[in-house]
Design a protein around this ligand. Structure first.
Ligand SMILES: Cc1cc2nc3c(=O)[nH]c(=O)nc-3n(C[C@H](O)[C@H](O)[C@H](O)COP(=O)(O)OP(=O)(O)OC[C@H]3O[C@@H](n4cnc5c(N)ncnc54)[C@H](O)[C@@H]3O)c2cc1C
Length: 393
């Protein structure tokens, strides 16, 4: 892969940079924590991105995207991270459900949902995990029973990110209890704003509220809400997961930014009158982190190139997801230990400690959400290295 940018690509970068300068709230970077969890702000931001032509650049033009090239996607991620722009509230819609519907959905589903995903009018969540089905996803027990052209859905989901703000859910339900585990699952596009759906918050250890329990009591979906075929939802489930892992891998760009933040911290903080960056032990750890993050970036580029050639994401997304989330965890652990006991403070006046401690606490979840590190290692072993299958499945 050629890493140099053409004149046209640099113009694209400049166009986005200028747009961000004009459209991000002036005090955005300073007040990051203030807006970052505000759903009204985030929905408006999503709409603004769409109106500016930046809603989902990789989507085809006919669905409101820009048919962006691989290099443009890379530039987009770099610039969004550089400006510390807020992540779209509809991450699940744009990066996971949208691409899956484009591949597998009906024309009516594309017509009904894609545009509203881009504008932020409809926010999506992912209803996969259940209290006894996470890594072993095919063990789901939420059931959908046919009643004319309707399906009556009962059960419980857990860890549903954005469930409390979502309008729609990409939901897995068991429609056949007699088939083998992977058979008999169907994917529904569920309306979250109905009487049979109740969400309850789960508060994370950093005190924030991202995910929820979702209780389904006689919730209703229709035949037209099914993606793919009845009982054949496993293929659809996996298609969405591939998009999810590749998307999480794109956090390599955020990781680069976070590494730069760590360098700044090490230059500004002192120990016995010396900047931390002069300490050989800290320098060694930082060089190690830098080498690993640089390696993960190059590996991400390599995998993206393959995705582009094939036209769909492969198991390599598991590699990116594993590596990036593990390095992120190590980076924040290092930032905390560099600061001594100040590192464990969660709040202070200028918000600096809360940045480090918040992200440190959040980084543990990053190695779990979208599939745990152990599961990514299994996927890499089986589907990339061709090792024998995990005995438990
Ligand atoms: C930040 C975050 C966001 C999330 N968002 C969503 C969401 O929006 N929607 C959703 O549906 N879910 C979501 N999840 C749930 C997530 O997908 C599950 O937590 C994850 O798949 C693990 O499942 P589990 O919690 O049931 O753990 P378990 O599967 O019970 O695993 C427990 C431990 O056993 C290990 N283990 C299990 N099986 C194997 C095996 N075969 N080989 C080796 N080790 C194994 C696991 O790696 C783990 O360490 C989110 C989770 C987090 C942390």
């Amino acid at each position: 892969m050629d890493f140099s940018f053409t004149k046209h690509e640099e113009e694209f970068r400049q166009e986005l940079r200028t747009w961000l300068e004009e459209h991000l709230p002036k005090d955005w970077v300073m007040s990051n924590q203030k807006y970052v969890k505000d759903p009204v702000f985030l929905r408006n931001w999503q709409k603004e991105l769409y109106e500016g032509g930046w809603g989902a650049i990789a989507w085809p033009e006919k669905y409101g995207g820009r048919n962006a090239t691989l290099m443009e996607e890379i530039i987009y991620e770099q610039e969004m991270v550089r400006a510390k722009a807020p992540s779209p509230i509809n991450y699940v819609g744009i990066h996971m459900v949208g691409p899956t519907l484009m591949d597998i959905g009906t024309e009516e589903q594309k017509e009904q949902y894609l545009q509203k995903m881009l504008t932020g009018e409809e926010v999506w969540c992912q209803g996969y995990s259940e209290p006894n089905a996470g890594s072993d996803l095919a063990a789901i027990q939420t059931s959908a029973v046919k009643d004319g052209d309707r399906w009556i859905i009962n059960g419980q989901k857990v860890w549903t990110s954005y469930g409390h703000v979502a309008d729609r859910c990409f939901l897995l339900a068991r429609t056949n209890h007699f088939e083998k585990k992977h058979k008999g699952i169907t994917v529904f596009l569920l309306d979250m704003k109905q009487a049979g759906v109740e969400t309850q918050p789960i508060i994370q250890m950093n005190g924030e509220h991202d995910f929820n329990e979702v209780f389904l009591k006689d919730a209703i979906a229709y035949d037209a809400d099914i993606v793919g075929e009845v009982d054949e939802g496993w293929r659809v489930t996996m298609a969405l997961l591939a998009h999810e892992r590749t998307g999480i891998g794109a956090q390599v760009f955020t990781l680069e930014q976070q590494f730069q933040d760590l360098v700044t911290l090490a230059k500004e903080r002192e120990d016995h009158g010396q900047p931390l960056i002069k300490n050989p032990f800290i320098r060694k750890n930082m060089i190690d982190l830098y080498a690993r993050s640089r390696g993960s970036l190059l590996n991400y580029y390599r995998n993206l190139t393959k995705t582009l050639k094939n036209g769909y994401p492969g198991p390599e997304g598991s590699m990116d997801k594993l590596i990036v989330s593990e390095i992120t965890k190590d980076l924040f652990a290092q930032s905390i230990s560099m600061q001594g006991h100040q590192g464990i403070l969660s709040e202070d006046v200028d918000g600096e400690h809360s940045y480090w401690s918040n992200n440190y606490l959040y980084s543990f979840g990053q190695t779990i959400g979208g599939g745990t590190s152990e599961i990514q290692r299994n996927t890499i072993g089986e589907r990339i290295l061709g090792l024998p299958k995990d005995l438990r499945r």
